[in-house]
Design a protein around this ligand. Structure first.
Ligand SMILES: NC(=O)c1ccc[n+]([C@@H]2O[C@H](COP(=O)([O-])OP(=O)(O)OC[C@H]3O[C@@H](n4cnc5c(N)ncnc54)[C@H](OP(=O)(O)O)[C@@H]3O)[C@@H](O)[C@H]2O)c1
Length: 262
């Protein structure tokens, strides 16, 4: 079977979710448990993960770690695969620091790269090697609609999310013929601690439970790209087809994105 058609199932092993202590990741963990999954939950906040695991009847297992530490991520994958199979990995941990030209600084750019790109690569490398060896599994990278085109305040964040879109597409060519599926998750605005810093009206803002429902539904339908809310994603996605000059004109003249802080 082509990996593109692989539908992850708790019968094939456990799920692993990073960024599981809060926001979208936490909601996804809880949604997966409802479907019968045993979920290994990773984030830096060990106490939050332990509390989550304590009330789960053994369905959530705390696997604390910093995604920027490759050895820690290898250790978590080794731990899961020694205990049981691993059939679903959702690499969701990410950071968002609003950044326009006036706030552009190398430290914050590096923070985004370290967590949003290297943090994904650190989890992906051991999980992908295991699934390739096994000939099945599903890997999901959490990107964002902010990866489709450059958006205001997302100078560093958007660049990291665009990188993940490219990475997932590139890997699909190698993984799908080997029975391993890769999926790309591109949410619009979801109400979490990360977006609480935004001082502008977020169109089509969603609750985390709603986002988790759509993520899990998309994974069950073996979708390559899971993006929502549909109307917002379609608007942003269609902008990908515009030449850069036309896109920048639209953002400036029609959307007023150059004056968002004025
Ligand atoms: N919210 C949105 O509107 C939105 C839209 C599109 C895409 N996304 C993406 O969805 C993902 C989740 O976002 P969110 O809004 O749910 O964020 P959030 O509420 O801020 O949660 C972020 C999660 O990532 C973990 N994390 C951060 N740095 C980490 C590190 N170095 N190592 C391990 N875990 C780390 C955090 O836990 P600890 O602090 O305990 O480590 C937390 O569990 C991100 O990749 C984000 O870019 C979000």
């Amino acid at each position: 079977m082509s990996g593109a058609d692989y539908i992850p199932s708790p019968k094939d092993g456990a799920a692993w979710v990073t960024g599981a202590s809060a926001g979208i990741g936490l909601a996804v963990v809880e949604r997966l448990v409802k479907d019968g999954w045993t979920v290994y939950a990773t984030a830096r906040s060990e106490e939050k993960l332990n509390a989550l695991a304590a009330g789960s009847g053994g369905k959530i297992i705390a696997a604390p770690g910093d995604v920027t530490d490759p050895e820690a991520m290898q250790g978590i994958v080794d731990r899961i695969t020694a205990a049981e199979g691993l059939s679903l990995v959702i690499l969701n941990a990410g950071v968002y620091i609003p950044m326009r030209a006036q706030e552009f600084n190398v430290d914050d750019v590096k923070k985004h790269m370290d967590v949003n790109i290297m943090g994904v690569a650190n989890g992906l490398a051991p999980a992908m090697a295991y699934m390739l060896e096994r000939g099945s599994g599903c890997l999901a990278l959490v990107s964002s609609v902010a990866g489709y085109r450059g958006l205001p305040k997302a100078a560093a964040y958007g660049a990291t999310k665009a990188a993940l879109i490219n990475m997932a597409e590139a890997l699909a060519y190698d993984l799908h013929p080997k029975g391993v599926r890769i999926s790309l998750i591109c949410p619009g605005f979801v109400e979490t601690d990360a977006t609480a810093v935004n001082d502008f009206d977020m169109p089509f803002l969603m609750k985390t439970d709603d986002a988790a429902e759509r993520i899990v539904a998309g994974l069950k339908k073996a979708k390559f790209e899971i993006t929502f809310p549909l109307r917002f994603s379609l608007i942003l996605k269609s902008m990908r087809f515009l030449p850069a000059r036309a896109y920048l004109w639209l953002g400036t003249k029609a959307m007023g994105w150059d004056k968002i802080d004025d």
